[in-house]
Write a protein that binds this ligand. Structure first.
Ligand code: SF4
Length: 188
């Protein structure tokens, strides 16, 4: 390439002399980047979703091909996040596709050193048995002469991946059971 052509291909010169004055398009593209195609172009479907990682609730577009999630990106239509995702949200595809994702119920018995898999029905029955037993054992009708009708034996500490609706339902459930210690660690 002769020197004139080489200087003419400098990104700064292209930016200053071309149509892309802000340097956000053609001025900063190399022949290689011009030939690249987004990994989302051959998606069969795009599903609207919400990032599950924290209470901000950034909107996501989930790209699907052959029934598999191929990419997750921010949704520019969202008035909350306007297309942006933080590094956690940008990496949330791994929540679905990571080979290390836990897809079975894992249980470690008291004093055991190894984890075992349980089927979901067994695990749900075990949880229900414990809840009923604990509620009965720690039920309190009165304290200091005041009617309390509560249990201090059950508490809930939610995580940031719970969304508004899940937290709402959990609060309803635990309150109905008489629990009063209901918290979430998200603080946004
Ligand atoms: S984790 Fe990040 S992308 Fe997800 S909702 Fe929170 S701020 Fe948004």
């Amino acid at each position: 390439m002769d020197i004139g052509k080489r200087i003419g291909s400098w990104p700064l010169l292209r930016q200053l002399t071309g149509r892309d004055l802000l340097g956000r398009g053609e001025a900063v593209q190399s022949p290689r980047s011009r030939d690249l195609t987004p990994r989302t172009v051959d998606a069969d479907d795009v599903v609207s979703s919400v990032c599950p990682f924290c209470a901000v609730g950034c909107a996501q577009k989930v790209f699907v091909k052959d029934g598999q999630v191929t990419q997750i990106e921010g949704d520019p239509a969202s008035p909350i996040s306007r297309g942006r995702l933080c590094p956690k949200g940008s990496a949330s595809k791994q929540l679905v596709t990571s080979p290390s994702r836990v897809t079975t119920v894992r249980y470690r018995r008291p004093h055991a050193t190894e984890w075992e898999d349980l089927d979901l029905d067994t695990a749900m029955d075990m949880i229900a048995d414990r809840v009923i037993k604990t509620r009965k054992e720690f039920w309190e009708w009165e304290a200091d002469g005041n009617r309390t009708r509560r249990t201090l034996g059950i508490a809930s500490l939610g995580g940031a991946t719970l969304d508004n609706e899940e937290n709402y339902l959990m609060k309803k459930l635990y309150t109905a059971m008489g629990a009063i210690q209901i918290e979430n660690q998200a603080r946004i």
